[in-house]
Structure formats: structure tokens, C-alpha cells
Design a protein around this ligand. Structure first.
Ligand code: ATP
Ligand code: LTN
Length: 336
């Protein structure tokens, strides 16, 4: 077995380089990755192969992959501390995905909520890659023998599947993989669209006022917050019957580091306009340095490529050591 050196535990997580990263990605995932890199040996992956499960434009894919790398660094992922890399540069991801595809069951993949949502019920002409998407995701994590997978709530089912596939492989071929645990924090795990609090904020959603991107201009942030839907009533409080305000308070709490109860006490009776203005100001202030750093980084494509290439080389060492073990266990033997 590929033994993890030292006592530090490993984490792995990934983000699709499609569209602009938004507050949901930041609050549910990226800001936690920044903290976790101090506690864990961390692998953060730009999953460009996953981005090919829906129709894509080749130029846009390579552009957005570099942009997403720049955004992660701008948010505080330190490429010296964490292994930040492009999935497609480490061929072992696709190789292990195929082997896991050969032990995955149609029925378990058919049950995946993300597949049902993204295929929109069209199970005939939908691309096969969208169906096997979670198997590639399982390969991503299992390759690195990661213990923990920090993700938003929407990914819980995919982590369950990788646990099942890892366990099934271990049972059939001997203990090879670490069975990873999801790490989903209770607050901010599901940030909802600003114009519809029943839907999650998502990169693939194109309604203009649904999400706030991390590189959004200050005026646009203020405008989107002003036009965010609210609930009936006048008080600024969270609660099951107040999905819109709960979402706005969750966002406010995440960027300010102030508990929701304190924000409620401050803004409860001041009316929605005052609350929204304070939220917009807090967002602009929090995102300003991220936007600035992002703009500096995206201007230097060569440096970004260099950083990601270095990450891929580090990732490849770990991935290949797992694959040597996997290949021998499944009867594929060594590479020439
Ligand atoms: P797409 O719309 O392209 O499927 P997405 O916005 O769901 O993309 P991903 O790249 O799939 O983003 O997810 C990256 C990380 O962000 C994952 O850990 C995911 O759980 C988290 N995440 C995505 N959307 C939200 C959200 N609205 N609230 C909290 N976390 C989120
Ligand atoms: N499917 C995930 C992105 C993703 C991922 C991973 C997350 C790909 N590989 C491995 C955690 C671990 C998504 O849609 N958010």
C-alpha cells in the first residue's frame, strides 16, 4: 500500500473550471480550503475533464481553467503549501476512472441527483460522460488516498459513491484505498440564488441576478444585493419561513465572521433597505482584495502555467505510486 508519509492527514477537493466562481463556491468550499491547507496535506484540483461533461468550447475551457487557478490563488490557496493542479495533466485520473467504471453499477449511477438534474430527464441523448461523472470524481479522491473531502452539501451523494466504490475495490482486490469522509460544514454549505432562494447559486445558471461572482464590480454587487428577493414581512430575521433572508444573513455572516444572531439583533428593525446596504458594503470590502489579486494574476498567463505545471508534477508522483499498486492488484502489471 502507498503509505502516506508523516502523520499529516490528506484532503482532496475539486472545482469545475466552467463559468465564473461565485459566492456559493467561495462560502461553501473555497474559503474552507484556505483554512484547511494549514491543517492537512492538501490537493486542490481544477477538474477540466469534468468540465467536458456538458458541451464545451476548447479555447474557453483552457482559458477558464487558468482563470479558475488564478481565482483560487487570489482567494488564498498558497501553491507552495497546497498542491494546486489541472486534472487533465495527471493522466492517472482518467486511468483509474476507467478501472472504477468497470466495478460501478448502472443502478447506483442512475440514482445520482446531479445526473438527474443536469440530464433534465433526457436519458437517451445525454452524454455518457455526464452519467459516469461521479466515477471520475471518485478516482480523483481515491488516487491520493485522501482522508477528507471538503465540499458543499450538493456533493454529499458523490462522496458516498466514492466511499462505496473504494470499499468495493478493497473487498475484491485487497486493501488499497483509504475510504474518505465528506467534510461539509453546517453553515453556508448551500448558498441559494439571490433571485430565487429555492435554487442553489450555480455557475451554470445564467439569470443575471442569480449569483455574485468573486470578481464582480462593486456597483454590480450593490445592484444585485438591492434587487435580491426578500420574504414577506418587514423584520430582518432568519427562519424556515424566511428562505431569502436566511440566505442573505448566511452570506453576511460568512463574509463578516459575525454570527447570524448578532446580525439579526443589529438589523432586525431597521428595514430591508438598510440591511441590504450594509450587506453590499460588507461584500464589496471582503471581495476587493480578492478581485485585485485575481486581476494581477490573470494578466500573467506564463506564471500561472508554471505554477500549475509544478502542481501537476507533485500530484503525479502520488497518483503514480497509487496506480502502481492498483495496476498490480487488478492484473494489469507494470508499465514498460
Ligand atoms: P456548475 O453550476 O457548473 O455545476 P457549481 O456552481 O455547482 O457549478 P462546482 O464547480 O460544481 O460549482 O463546485 C465547486 C464547489 O463549490 C463544490 O464543493 C460545491 O459543493 C461548492 N458549491 C457549489 N455551489 C454552491 C452553493 N450554492 N453553495 C455552497 N457550496 C457550493
Ligand atoms: N463534482 C464536484 C467537483 C469535483 C470534486 C472532485 C469535488 C470533481 N472532483 C473531487 C471533490 C472531490 C462538483 O461538481 N462540485
Amino acid at each position: 500500500m502507498n503509505v502516506i508519509q508523516g502523520s499529516q492527514r490528506r484532503i482532496f477537493s475539486g472545482i469545475k473550471p466552467t463559468g465564473e466562481p461565485h459566492l456559493g463556491n467561495y462560502i461553501g468550499a473555497i474559503r474552507r480550503w484556505v483554512d484547511l491547507q494549514h491543517e492537512y496535506e492538501s490537493f486542490y484540483c481544477l477538474v477540466d475533464l469534468h468540465a467536458m461533461t456538458l458541451p464545451w468550447d476548447p479555447e474557453q475551457l483552457s482559458e477558464e481553467t487558468l482563470n479558475m487557478g488564478a481565482m483560487l490563488i487570489a482567494c488564498g490557496i498558497d501553491p507552495d503549501r497546497s498542491v494546486l493542479f489541472r486534472q487533465s495533466q495527471v493522466g492517472q485520473h482518467a486511468e483509474l476512472a476507467w478501472i472504477l467504471t468497470c466495478i460501478a453499477r448502472m443502478g447506483e449511477l442512475r440514482r445520482m441527483v446531479q445526473f438527474k438534474e443536469k440530464s433534465k430527464g433526457d436519458t437517451e441523448s445525454v452524454r455518457a460522460g455526464l452519467f459516469t461523472y461521479p466515477v471520475l470524481q471518485a478516482a480523483d479522491v481515491l488516487l491520493y488516498l485522501a482522508h477528507v473531502v471538503p465540499v458543499g452539501e450538493d456533493q454529499r451523494q458523490h462522496v458516498e459513491l466514492m466511499r462505496d466504490l473504494g470499499g468495493r475495490f478493497n473487498k475484491s482486490f485487497g486493501r488499497t484505498f483509504v475510504i474518505p469522509e465528506p467534510l461539509i460544514s453546517s453553515d453556508g454549505a448551500r448558498i441559494m440564488a439571490l433571485d430565487d432562494p429555492t435554487q442553489k447559486m450555480s455557475k451554470s445558471e445564467t439569470r443575471p441576478n442569480a449569483s455574485i461572482s468573486l470578481a464582480e464590480a462593486p456597483e454590480s454587487i450593490a445592484k444585485k444585493v438591492r434587487s435580491a428577493v426578500t420574504d414577506s414581512g418587514r423584520e430582518v430575521t432568519a427562519g424556515e419561513d424566511k428562505p431569502a433572508l436566511t440566505n442573505l444573513l448566511t452570506i453576511f455572516s460568512a463574509v463578516e465572521g459575525t454570527p447570524v444572531s448578532e446580525l439579526e439583533a443589529t438589523y432586525r428593525s431597521g428595514g430591508y433597505a438598510e440591511f441590504k446596504q450594509a450587506l453590499a458594503d460588507a461584500l464589496v470590502q471582503h471581495l476587493r482584495p480578492i478581485k485585485k489579486r485575481y486581476e494581477d494574476l490573470v494578466g500573467d498567463r506564463a506564471e500561472l502555467e508554471r505554477l500549475l505545471d509544478a502542481g501537476a508534477r507533485r500530484a503525479c508522483e502520488v497518483a503514480e505510486s497509487t496506480m502502481v499498486d492498483v495496476r498490480s492488484r487488478v492484473g494489469l502489471g507494470h508499465r514498460p
